[in-house]
Write a protein that binds this ligand. Structure first.
Ligand SMILES: Cc1ncc(COP(=O)(O)O)c(C=O)c1O
Length: 281
């Protein structure tokens, strides 16, 4: 089956899908996006993802390219056309096409691209703990906006890949962990408290992070939003990552130093199962 993409009003073959070279997304990374987990053909956390998209657009002074309900219909159609059962949907909105110039002098028509893909036959409820590395956080100060400008994140992820690690977790100038290159990071203290960084401009407020927070609270686990360091993570009883593409993924080591015995922790395991059940229902 060949993949279908939505590009500015048309459903086209993914291979032939194209945008203008004058699109400001291509020229300047001037755009935003969302990635949504599809489970059993349905969007997980659809409302919160669209709310975050709305916030990103507003922070960038960009209008919606189509009405929210129309976007929901486009997404549902792309999921159907690509027969996505378990996978991801990407929604990308750029400021639009203009003669190359840093500033824009008039309102532009935003460009909308929606794609979807299957990632797995089944979403495994249990997975092994993964290794991560730490890298300096070299990004701008508005990490709360989900922009397509991902160069520092890509360079960090590439470093992780080259080191045989799953993710790179980023360290701010003050020594605190901000987040992963495409995920939020959590630790579980020896007292059983879940710690994750507060959602300020310093991190992307992950939708999975928020759902896991709610799930954890329902499970009577205490969640504390505060900064932590790699040293604290290494002496924690567990650590894990959350994102739309990795769900809840236990961390086994940081820079080759083990967390606990290096295997998936009990809290992360339970959270992964409960999160998957929550978004499936
Ligand atoms: C930098 C960053 N932080 C966190 C996340 C996790 O966000 P979400 O749970 O909404 O996927 C992502 C996801 O791509 C990300 O790129």
């Amino acid at each position: 089956m060949s993949r279908i993409a939505y590009v500015n009003g048309s459903y086209v073959s993914h291979r032939e899908a194209a945008v203008s070279i004058d699109d400001r997304g291509y020229q300047f990374g001037d755009g935003i996006y969302e990635v949504v987990f599809i489970i059993d053909g349905h969007m997980a956390d659809e409302g919160p993802h669209l709310d975050r998209l709305d916030r990103s657009l507003s922070e960038m002074s960009m209008p919606w390219p189509v009405d929210r309900t129309v976007l929901q219909m486009i997404i549902a159609r792309i999921v159907r056309l690509n027969q996505v059962k378990n996978g991801l949907v990407y929604v990308q909105i750029t400021r639009g096409v203009a003669k190359r110039d840093h500033k824009w002098t008039k309102p532009l028509k935003p460009a909308l691209v929606v794609t979807a893909k299957n990632t797995a036959k089944n979403i495994p409820k249990e997975i092994p703990a993964v290794p991560v590395i730490s890298v300096p956080d070299e990004r701008w100060e508005r990490r709360d906006i989900k922009t397509i400008q991902l160069l520092p994140n890509c360079l960090a992820k590439q470093k992780a890949y080259e080191a045989g690690a799953y993710e790179a977790v980023m360290i701010d100038a003050d020594g605190s962990v901000t987040e992963g290159s495409s995920s939020n990071m959590w630790i579980v203290t020896k007292q059983g408290e879940l710690i994750t960084r507060p959602a300020t401009h310093k991190i992307l407020n992950g939708i999975t992070r928020r759902t896991v927070m709610a799930v954890a609270t329902e499970m009577q686990l205490k969640v504390v939003e505060r900064n932590f360091t790699i040293e604290e993570a290494l002496s924690a009883s567990e650590a894990f990552l959350t994102s739309a593409s990795s769900h809840v993924t236990p961390i086994g080591s940081i820079d080759e130093a083990l967390i606990g015995d290096g295997t998936a922790g009990a809290v992360a395991k339970r959270l992964r199962v409960t999160y998957i059940e929550e978004v499936t229902s």
